[in-house]
Design a protein around this ligand. Structure first.
Ligand code: BTN
Length: 258
């Protein structure tokens, strides 16, 4: 990946002014935490062409295809209170939907952080944070997106798709990343300033592909089916089952009925 190609497409004032590029690495999220320990600045992005030990949600691993996937981590220092912490994956998801819309691909969101096209996964977000007192001192936003992979390059069992598979044309990963950053920054500035996630939640709900649909939640080996009602004021999922509303702030969710 070319740093200058990302930077010429950026319209941000903070995000992406500093970019660290590794031709290969184990995990860009892990690299981001090392850079934070070494005193890096907010807005730094870590990118790689080959990630060998990518981390997914819930301790799973994440597979990236060399030279084809977009594999990046963004470092931010929000200083906002912990109540708003759950909104970073949602904020990033909204920014990704907006970026792909500009590139002619209609993507949707699956709670909490999957990027979907027709119920196939195009990518995922892994947000990690370091809290000091009640304040989120540093947040690392990891993004793994399938961009130029062909069908035989993605494992079948993942039910995954890529930009290339959907559009039959490839695209510069640098442009996709710049567009995502261009959308993250205003959403983040707004959240930090107003401390009010309601506008963000409305956008997330608009882009979600399973509001009012039947879903199955799996948390700690238990599963529960119900209707996905939307987000509560903390960004957690509200699921209605037998007339009762249950709140899920973590776990895996599957769409059962479309
Ligand atoms: C998921 O499980 O859906 C989230 C996947 C997040 C993967 C990205 S790739 C870049 C960054 N570095 C990592 O090790 N993980 C995230």
């Amino acid at each position: 990946m070319f740093i200058n190609l990302i930077q010429t497409n950026l319209t941000t004032t903070v995000l992406g002014k500093n970019i660290e590029h590794y031709s290969w690495t184990e995990s860009t999220n892990e690299d981001a935490w090392k850079l934070i320990d070494d005193g890096t600045v907010e807005g730094t992005i870590v990118i790689t062409d080959k990630q060998t030990d990518g981390k997914g949600r819930a301790g799973r691993s994440w597979i990236s295809v060399q030279g084809k996937s977009l594999t990046a981590s963004l470092i931010i220092k929000p200083g906002i209170d912990s109540r708003l912490a759950g909104f970073f994956p949602l904020l990033t998801g909204v920014a990704i939907v907006k970026a792909f819309a500009e590139l002619g691909l209609d993507v949707k969101l699956k709670w909490p952080n999957d990027i979907m096209v027709n119920n196939k996964k195009l990518g995922g977000i892994l947000c990690e944070s370091r809290v000091q007192g009640k304040v989120h001192e540093w947040v690392v936003i990891g993004m793994g997106l399938n961009i130029n992979e062909k069908e035989n390059e993605l494992p079948d069992e993942l039910r995954a798709t890529s930009f290339f598979m959907e559009k039959s044309s490839s695209i510069q990963r640098e442009l996709v990343l710049a567009k995502i950053m261009n959308h993250i920054e205003p959403l983040y500035v707004e959240l930090n300033k107003n401390k009010d996630p309601s506008q963000l939640m409305a956008l997330w709900t608009e882009y979600c592909n399973h509001v009012n649909k039947t879903v199955k939640f799996e948390v700690e080996n238990k599963s529960l089916s119900g209707k996905f009602m939307g987000l509560n004021t903390d960004g957690a999922a509200i699921v209605k089952t037998n007339g009762n509303e249950k709140i899920f702030s973590s776990g895996d969710m599957h769409l059962i009925q479309s």
